[in-house]
Design a protein around this ligand. Structure first.
Ligand SMILES: [Cu+2]
Length: 456
């Protein structure tokens, strides 16, 4: 973890960034399924933070050192002592050696800061990178690879005239926290509105939404379709042909885009009406021998009957008398309250996110992968006043492109979103949280415990 300077654009002055290694995004870590690795994560950040800390937030009090770091590999099935618990932060001059067993299927994971109370600032400063897991089964599919497989870490940032990062504040110096931070500059792999020279052939793009709060709805400017072949935790059973795909913060999409037949064209990757980046299509230098297979990898459907427990978990927003957002809560419970979610190792549970708020919240559980069961509209006023659930719409199954293994799910406003999850791997303390980083830093995060399986 260190400070660097880097230009978002050739026409802008260098900006101060915090990152892993020497760039933001940090180096893409390539791993093989079943091959564990150790990573040292020395904190070499400077003594002062350069973004506005809110000392009224839990865990970021004025008594706590302002520069702290702790890394979490998002989507990793890692033991608790290597998972990056938010309160386990350490100071400049210190380091941690973490162990990642990688006993999990191939997927595009990502590493990022997870420090209590300042996570949104550290990630906004640039502290994230990709962490790819591969295996023989995936290799055998002959997907586009090598220089035809490209990670795209997308986010939005606000930049000042001098090219420096600007993080929004509320206007109240005692409580600078804002409920959402959106930027007007679209940034892909650390560059504002970049272009990429591509050949007229198939490419595989490992897309990560690394934004603090922006949801991206990606499409191509020529209206052509592409194929989504994977989601957060790996390959889908079969490619899904799409004209657009949605990514909430922390979600990933594995896309195959075919540029053949488009030599000479400039195709823009769009987020609705915003431009993200441009592909400049040139002739293929060699025949495209890669394949878009009809079938990718089986995703056995988890049955509701395998769950031994259903946890109703309300997502709540608390407002001031003036109607401004104060905080958002999971299960109406702040971070420091005792653990309430304590699944047994190797048990299967259904978690039912009852979203009473007007926002979509991307909910992430550490350690595990899960499947989305369904979403359904409900009467929020009746729920908030009586606790009773009255459905007001039909059961909505997950879209085909989210019907694989997930680690982050969009809990839509005024809907109940249900996931099914098996708690495999390790006993110990983890966290689950909203991945809108402003929400996460202001109480929308809870510890949970995987407890030993009961003796038979
Ligand atoms: Cu949220």
């Amino acid at each position: 973890m260190r400070e660097v300077v880097s230009r978002f654009h050739r026409d802008l002055p260098p900006a101060r960034l915090w990152c892993y290694g020497g760039s933001s995004p940090g180096p893409t870590i390539e791993t093989r399924s079943g091959q564990g690795l150790f990573i040292d994560w020395p904190n070499e950040l400077p003594a002062r933070h350069f973004l506005p800390i809110d000392h009224s937030l839990h865990g970021a009090e004025a008594s706590v050192p302002e520069v702290r770091g702790i890394v979490h590999v998002h989507g990793a099935k890692a033991p608790p002592e290597s998972d990056g618990y938010p309160e386990d932060w350490y100071l400049p001059g210190k380091s941690r050696t973490y162990y990642y067993p990688n006993r999990q299927e191939p997927a595009a994971l990502w590493y990022h800061d997870h420090t209590m109370g300042i996570n949104r600032l550290n990630i906004y400063a640039g502290m994230f990178g990709l962490f790819l897991v591969r295996d023989k089964v995936e290799d055998a599919l002959n997907l586009p690879s090598g220089r035809f497989e490209i990670p795209l870490a997308i986010c939005d940032r606000s930049l000042r005239q001098d090219g420096q990062l600007d993080y929004p504040v509320s206007g109240d110096p005692a409580h600078p926290w804002v409920p959402e931070a959106f930027g007007e500059v679209m940034v892909v792999n650390g560059k504002a509105f970049p272009f990429l020279d591509v050949e007229a052939r198939k490419y595989r793009f490992r897309v990560l939404n690394a934004a603090n709060g922006r949801f991206f709805r990606l499409s191509l400017s020529n209206g052509r379709s592409f194929h989504q072949i994977g989601t957060d935790q790996g390959l889908l059973p079969a490619p899904v042909e799409l004209e657009r795909t949605m990514l909430a913060p922390a979600e990933r999409a594995d896309l195959v885009v075919d540029f053949s037949g488009h030599v000479g064209e400039k195709i823009v990757l769009k987020n609705d009406s915003f431009d993200m980046m441009q592909f400049r299509v040139g002739p293929a230098q060699s025949p495209d021998t890669s394949v878009l297979p009809a079938m990718l990898r089986p995703v056995p459907k988890m049955l509701e009957s395998s769950a031994t427990k259903t946890r109703p978990l309300a997502l709540i927003e608390r407002m001031t008398l003036k109607g401004e957002s104060m905080t958002m809560l999971l299960n109406n419970t702040p971070w420091h309250a005792p653990v309430t979610e304590n699944p047994a190792l190797d048990s299967t549970e259904i978690w039912s996110f009852i979203n009473t708020t007007d926002d979509s919240h991307p909910i992430h559980l550490h350690l595990v992968r899960f499947q989305i069961l369904d979403r359904r509209n409900f009467e929020t006023f009746a729920y908030q006043t009586t606790g009773r659930i009255q459905y007001t719409g039909p059961v909505v199954p997950p879209a085909p492109e989210e019907s694989g293994w997930k680690d982050t799910v969009r809990a839509h406003p005024k809907m109940i979103t249900r996931i099914i999850v098996r708690f495999e791997g390790y006993v110990g303390r983890y966290v689950w949280h909203c991945h809108v980083l402003e929400h996460e830093d202001n109480e929308m995060m809870r510890p949970y415990d995987v407890i030993p399986a009961p003796a038979c």
